[in-house]
Design a protein around this ligand. Structure first.
Ligand code: DQQ
Length: 573
């Protein structure tokens, strides 16, 4: 008997979700699912302090900005259902990046140039003139794309609720004949140079070479493509949501997008449509040549540095002049099936906004949850100088373990017991999957067991394991979803990254983990290596969720200090 078409689509999609590493390349379309209106919202795994709208699907953060004392977050949104499709710009505002008020959608199809969707883009605050949004409009069923602009209808509305798309000059950029118009999207925030031009990047690809096209304009209306892309890399596929910004070589302060100077480096981040991973490089922007060249310490391509080694995509940063910081947002997709998303009535969250800055050696970025998050902390519990022998699991009592913020530092006395590192282990995820959190090691695995059920039928461990390579020690950080849920049809990755730390002086490692019902978002060693996981426990929920510290290595580990807080829920509306 032939299966109904929507069942077939669900089966095919679930197959890809489970068998294709949970990675969904391109814009998968679910004609049978994308417009099933949501009747009721299942609250079980909804977040308490990570941003998500009341219902339906969201993906990329768009146009984040600070304007007249208000933070704006726009986001890709399906107003008609809980899977991707019918894409418009949702809009929320906040005074502190944590408590949000959802407003009416800011951009929705209203002309032939965005009839098939208002896709991602950015905001630029023009001095003396106010904000302008640049975004991608989809003009037909084949995803042919153009760039449009929108401005606030009324700049004195403190929340900038309504946006208009002036007829004159829109679309402001069309792809040229030789370009592939279906991969030409996601304009960046514009920066200004002393030659009197604004510049932006637009993501794309030619054949399999990923690239960021560079455009310039004197008046923000007429845009001319610079002959060569600002940067490109072979075999990386389409670059989505490029982000390009200056970072300071001196300290943690963020820089305005147009900053120049000797102590300024640049970051180029690309989101790779093929694998749904992002990477960034740190390098030099040669303004007069319109070129960006990554430093030789920054790998360009698949093996490059990532903001996050977990579920974190389509990120976008903005400069917050009120606190002199650069803040990065990103979308964390669900890891369950589309069918479950439809049942839940919602899908997609935003990661906690993170302050981002250059590490003192200039080789990588560091990230940390924005300080305003601390306002949700309550009922602190502490643990100090707690020894952990091999096989020890110590419960952290007195917090709401399904909604918590935990900071912990571990120490050990020697590196003698580190296991040998095999130089073929280039992919940390494979090492994490193979070694797991339970298999005995030398130094580690040790760390936190989050969202754990009483008898440990379910748990999501976030942990370190240390290896000895020929000239150095290699530190692996994992967030392993393998045992996170008794549910079987789930993507349960063993997310992992290496952490660049010299243990020869201090034999210490620190970790911060934000736990929020279906999110475990971790920051290793002051934000050097970060991993966001989405998990769906069935037993370790609400008051039945527990937190442990553990060690399964033969080297004794000391919890030098643990501070854990129950987290209040953020206000939404
Ligand atoms: N999502 C948007 C695109 C962007 C992609 C469409 C990245 O503009 O390239 O929803 O997730």
């Amino acid at each position: 008997m032939a299966l109904p078409i929507c069942v077939t689509i669900i089966i095919i999609c679930s197959y890809f979700l489970i068998c294709n590493d949970g990675v969904e390349a391109f814009h998968s379309i679910y004609p049978g699912l994308q417009s099933i209106s949501v009747r009721s919202v299942n609250k079980l795994h909804r977040t308490a302090y990570h941003f998500q709208p009341r219902r339906n699907w969201i993906n990329d953060p768009n146009g984040p900005m600070y304007y007249n004392g208000v933070y704006h977050l726009f986001y890709q949104y399906n107003p008609k259902g809980a899977v991707w499709g019918n894409i418009i710009w949702g809009h929320a505002v906040s005074k502190d990046l944590i408590n949000w008020k959802e407003l009416e959608p800011a951009l929705y199809p209203s002309n032939p140039f965005d009839k098939y969707g208002c896709w991602s883009g950015s905001a630029t605050v023009l001095p003396g003139k106010g904000p302008v949004i640049l975004y991608t409009g989809v003009i037909d069923k084949h995803s042919n794309e153009v760039q449009l602009y929108a401005i606030p209808e009324n700049k004195s509305d403190p929340f900038l609720r309504k946006w208009v798309k002036p007829k004159a000059f829109n679309p402001i950029i069309k792809p040229e004949r030789a370009m592939n118009a279906s991969v030409f999207r996601d304009p960046t925030t514009a920066w200004w140079s002393t030659d009197g031009h604004w510049r932006i990047l637009i993501g794309g690809s030619r054949k399999n070479r990923g690239m960021a096209y560079l455009y310039r304009s004197k008046d923000f209306l007429k845009w001319i493509r610079v002959k060569h892309p600002i940067h490109s890399a072979a075999s990386t596929g389409t670059w989505e949501c490029p982000d390009f910004y200056p970072v300071s070589l001196k300290g943690k302060n963020g820089l305005d997008i147009s900053s120049v100077g000797n102590s300024v480096k640049h970051v180029l981040k690309n989101s790779l449509d093929k694998t749904r991973y992002e990477y960034y490089t740190i390098g030099t922007y040669f303004r007069n040549k319109d070129k960006y060249i990554p430093d030789n310490t920054s790998e360009d391509g698949w093996g490059g540095l990532r903001y996050d080694y977990g579920n974190f995509y389509a990120s976008k940063s903005f400069f917050d002049p009120s606190k002199n910081r650069r803040v990065v947002w990103a979308w964390a997709n669900e890891s369950d099936s589309k069918e479950d998303d439809v049942k839940k009535g919602w899908a997609g969250i935003q990661a906690i906004p993170r302050t981002v800055w250059l590490d003192s050696q200039g080789r990588q970025l560091l990230q940390w949850p924005v300080e305003e998050l601390n306002s949700l902390r309550e009922k602190e519990v502490n643990l100090s100088n707690q020894k952990l022998k091999k096989g020890d699991y110590v419960k952290v009592k007195g917090i709401t373990a399904a909604q918590a913020d935990v900071e912990i530092s571990f120490s050990f006395s020697s590196l003698e017991k580190a296991e040998a590192f095999d130089s073929r282990w280039v992919n940390p995820e494979n090492v994490c999957a193979e070694k797991g959190s339970k298999n005995e090691g030398g130094i580690g695995p040790f760390g936190l067991l989050t969202l754990a059920s009483e008898k440990l039928e379910e748990f999501t461990p976030v942990f370190f394991r240390i290896f000895k390579a020929s000239n150095n020690h290699v530190i692996l950080m994992c967030s392993d979803a393998t045992s996170s849920s008794l549910k079987t049809e789930l993507y349960k990755p063993s997310f992992a990254g290496f952490v660049d730390v010299d243990l020869s002086i201090h034999k210490k490692l620190s970790l911060r983990t934000l736990i929020d019902h279906s999110v475990v978002e971790s920051f290793g060693v002051g934000g050097k290596t970060n991993i966001l996981s989405r998990v769906y426990p069935t037993l370790a929920i609400k008051k039945k969720a527990h937190l442990f510290v553990f060690n399964n290595g033969t080297e004794h580990i000391t919890v030098e200090n643990l501070r854990a807080w129950s987290m209040k829920s953020a206000r939404r509306n």
